[in-house]
Design a protein around this ligand. Structure first.
Ligand code: ZN
Length: 130
C-alpha cells in the first residue's frame, strides 16, 4: 500500500465526518499488518467531551474486528475542503495508537511521513506499570 494512497483513503474517510459543531472534518485510514484498511472519521456530540477523533474511530473499528497490529495510519483534516495542510493527531489518539503500535508506526500526513516516536517519544504504557 502506497502511503499516498493511504492518505487519499483518509481524505475519503473525512467525507463521513459527523462534525456539525466544529465544521472540521477529519478522516483516518489505518493499515493493519495484514494489509487491511480501516477508515474512521471524527464523530462529534452535543456533549462535546464525548466527541471521538477519526484516528480512534479507526483503531476501535479495527480492534473490534480482531486486528491489533498496525503498520501505518494516514490522517487528513479540513474545515473548508482543502486537505493540503497537515492535521496532526491529538494526544489522546497518540496514546491509543501507542497501546497497539511500536515507535515505528508510520503516520502519514499532508506534509510528510512521521513515526509515532516523533510525536510521543516517551509514553505511559504496559511497561510503566511493572
Ligand atoms: Zn485525536
Amino acid at each position: 500500500m502506497e502511503h499516498r494512497e493511504l492518505l487519499a483513503q483518509a481524505v475519503k474517510a473525512a467525507e463521513m465526518s459527523y462534525s456539525k459543531y466544529s465544521g472540521f472534518s477529519v478522516g483516518a485510514a489505518l493499515l493493519t499488518a495484514e494489509g487491511v484498511i480501516f477508515k474512521g472519521c471524527n464523530i462529534e456530540n452535543a456533549s462535546f467531551s464525548l466527541t471521538n477523533c477519526a484516528e480512534r474511530t479507526a483503531v476501535f473499528k479495527a480492534v473490534s474486528e480482531g486486528y491489533t497490529k498496525f503498520s501505518a495510519i494516514a490522517i487528513a483534516g479540513s474545515g473548508d475542503g482543502d486537505f493540503s495542510k497537515p492535521c496532526y493527531p491529538c494526544g489522546a489518539c497518540l496514546q491509543v495508537l501507542s497501546e497497539f503500535c511500536g515507535d515505528d508506526l508510520v503516520i502519514v500526513l499532508a506534509d510528510g511521513e512521521y513515526r509515532l516516536s516523533d510525536f510521543l517519544p516517551k509514553r505511559f504504557c504496559e511497561d510503566s506499570m511493572k
